[in-house]
Design a protein around this ligand. Structure first.
Ligand code: PLP
Ligand code: ZN
Length: 502
């Protein structure tokens, strides 16, 4: 819709204005820094940062109900810069001008209700939010759209030039970083560091296809991360890991979209997310807090973070119920089918500690929970979901297994409705499905297939057929006729089909 056709009271707000004053704030010592340059940790104390708008309170001058209308009407605009995460411009990057926004189709992913069978299995109503339907097939595109729009803004302002964007990755960060950087050629080039043999072939193909420099490093993600941190400390590069607080801002859009999709009614809602480096759960909490503070939503939904037994440092931290006694201890990860979350020392842990505390406080009760699930449960729930119309990745399976575990523990009420995060597309992790179907999981995964979930193709080649077609060698005449007849009879037999009687 054209702006002049919007209702008079909406028109002044429909196109966001460049406003606000964004600063990096240290979660350790509280010092603030300007955003004219890229900063990842506090120069004074080394702690991670978050970005805040010092003029955030101005957003409270607009009533929550008006914000709702602004966002709903904005969905009718045909302006690319406002079609993705920047539909929520004032809450994500109010200082970023629309000309700097990079939109490659990310955001506004579908929320799909589970069928009756799945709801019964999982013990209540739930939806998958399919973040695998982003351009690089994972939620990481939300954060990259924000980080790269900001770098684009610095380039356009003449503050930086010839940027080399760099990241360590369990696969999806590099796919996304390489994609967004390639769009901004020649101003921005990208290099990605991956743990050798610890990303799927599909994930590896993505940065290669986008033309990034791809480096494989021995070890696991945590080792790659150390190398990238060293590079970022000693060389002039732009770090694109979630240590970069711009990523967190973009990922807050996940919460804003859920709010909008449920008509801003967050009573009795439960948000379930898998945790790896913990950037995602940080952003989800931060997003809901901002919408709650400005009256855009009526309640703070319950949040449940899920980890695999094989990579569970956040879960273990919160096992200690006395907050005073909690002490973070990194873990050594074991192989996990939730491979993108196979992280033993999450960079965003201080952010989680800070925000979970604040979230519980603002909720007036404990409203953030952490559960752990087995590798077996992750695979079984993923495959069962996908047998019922979903396209969940292993991390989506992890979230669903987390929902079932949380219900078992009584963390979730009967009437609660869950929205669970399928963080990537099933196809990225189809190798784990294959291992399950062929019963080829190495022992350390601790996964054995359930026969009812296993599937395999059947080769149809009737023994009595002398000739079959081959590529470049088609059959003709009676041979072809015979091939079609016998093959269809064979399939009809196997499927127990009844012939149409006349
Ligand atoms: C990155 C990633 C995660 C983990 O998210 P964090 O922000 O690192 O906690 C989970 N699932 C998928 C598919 C991912 O790519
Ligand atoms: Zn500090």
């Amino acid at each position: 819709m054209k702006t002049e056709n919007f209702p008079k009271e909406i028109r002044p707000y429909i196109i966001p204005k460049q406003k606000g004053q964004m600063v990096y704030r240290c979660l350790g010592c509280g010092l603030e820094y300007g955003i004219e340059k890229l900063l990842y940790t506090c120069p004074a104390c080394g702690q991670v940062l978050l970005i805040y708008d010092s003029h955030f309170d101005r957003l409270k001058d607009i009533p929550g109900t008006l914000w709702q209308q602004i966002f709903d009407y904005r969905k009718m605009l045909k302006i690319p810069a406002l079609k993705g995460i920047y539909l929520y411009h004032e809450f994500i990057g109010p200082v970023i001008p629309p000309e700097a926004v990079v939109w490659l189709g990310e955001g506004h992913t579908p929320v799909v209700e589970a069928n009756a069978f799945m709801q019964e299995k999982a013990g209540g109503k739930f939806y998958f939010k399919n973040d695998g339907q982003n351009p690089s097939a994972s939620f990481k595109d939300r954060g990259m759209a924000s980080a790269l729009s900001y770098i684009h803004f610095l380039v356009q302002s003449g503050l930086v030039s010839d940027v080399l964007a760099i990241c360590a990755s369990t696969g999806d960060t590099s796919a996304s970083a390489a994609l967004y950087a390639s769009y901004l050629k020649p101003h921005i080039k990208s290099a990605v560091l991956l743990p050798h043999k610890k990303v799927t072939p599909q994930q590896l193909s993505q940065p290669l296809g986008s033309g990034a420099s791809v480096f494989e490093i021995p070890g696991v993600f945590d080792d790659c991360m150390k190398v990238v941190e060293r590079l970022a400390e000693n060389y002039n590069v732009a770090l694109l890991n979630s240590k970069n607080a711009w990523r967190i801002l973009g990922q807050e859009s996940y919460s804003y979209e859920i709010a909008q999709d449920f008509e801003y009614d967050m009573e009795n809602k439960v948000i379930i997310v898998p945790i790896g480096n913990a950037g995602n759960i940080t952003a989800v909490m931060s997003g809901f807090l901002k919408f709650y503070e400005t009256g855009v939503i009526n309640a703070l939904p319950k949040i449940i973070g899920v980890q695999s037994e094989h990579a569970n440092p956040v879960y273990l931290y919160y096992q200690e119920t006395d907050a005073e006694k909690r002490k973070f201890v990194p873990v050594t990860v074991k192989p996990s089918v939730a491979q993108a979350a196979m992280i033993g020392n999450p960079v965003s842990m201080p952010r989680v500690i800070h925000l979970a505390d604040l979230y519980n406080q603002k909720s007036d009760r404990q409203n953030v929970f952490f559960v752990e699930v087995t590798e077996q449960a992750i695979m079984d729930w993923e495959l069962l979901a996908n047998h019922n119309g979903h396209i969940a990745c292993t991390h989506g399976g992890e979230s669903l297994a987390g929902l079932v575990e949380a219900r078992k523990q009584g963390i979730i009420d009967e009437k609660d409705v869950a929205i669970i995060d399928s963080t990537a597309h099933a196809l990225k992790f189809s190798g784990f499905q294959e291992m399950y179907f062929e019963n080829k999981f190495p022992a350390e995964f601790e996964v054995s297939p359930k026969p009812e979930l296993v599937n395999a193709p059947t080769l149809v080649r009737p023994d009595d057929l002398e000739k079959v077609p081959a590529p470049g060698k088609p059959l003709e005449g009676e041979d072809f006729e015979q091939f079609v007849r016998r093959t269809s009879e064979d399939i009809a037999n196997r499927l127990d089909l009844k012939a149409i009687s006349d």
